[in-house]
Design a binder for this molecule. Sequence first.
Ligand code: ADP
Ligand code: MG
Length: 250
Amino acid sequence: MSRVLAIANQKGGVAKTTTAAALATAFHDRGRRVLLVDLDSQACLTFALGVDADAVDASSHDVVLGRAVADAVVVTAEGVDLVPATLELAGLDAAVVDRADRDLLLRTALAAVADDYDDVVLDCSPSLGVLTLNALAAADEVLVPLTAEMLGHRAVGQLLDTVEDVREQLNPALTVVGLLPTMVDLRTSHARQVVADLGERYGLPVLGPVPRSVRVAEAPARGRSVLATAGRSAAAQAYRDVADTLLTGR
Ligand code: ADP
Ligand code: MG
């Protein structure tokens, strides 16, 4: 049975996509069979792993609507299987709005490949719309990347409320595995204090942090994860440590 990990936060620019690519690569490097699913119509993960979204036969849009995962899988340079995203995803909410099972479509699709993968990593879009609900309904675990800048906002609390709703209505087993501070400037005492306060503030495990690094920002343009382009950087090491924490006991 695969373990499904959703990387979710309805704020954009908090390193969801970066985290999904890095953790999937780290799991793969540990010998696990990994499936990545791009659930953002902007297809940043797809492009960041060197796949041309305009040239794919099938996408996560088609998989959510019932097409077999294998029809859509592209093997990335990292060796990780990817279900790419295309712009079509932007129309999915409207396409499924009248279906009673609209929040469970991804769960059904992934159940069919549960024996083919050890880990499934879902890169969510920056919204709490139907695609993110599908991801949370399909997931065993959710990891919440965040930046120090967003702690003044209500976004984390809103996301945790949504997780609670999903738990009650769709997926009782869903667990928040932790908060992951990203793009942290560890040289400032403010950033260190923010990280230190996080766990107490939300009563959740705090993983990482992942330091801010130009190496991370450069990786997508090369179509690879930071583990491949700068494997010895502190950010890559932080992601390997997070992956190992998540794999503990598996
Ligand atoms: P999201 O998927 O949440 O919108 P991304 O993963 O696309 O966020 O990251 C937003 C931007 O921040 C991207 O340009 C990415 O390359 C950059 N970024 C992510 N993590 C880091 C980091 N640790 N250091 C520097 N830049 C980062
Ligand atoms: Mg993203």
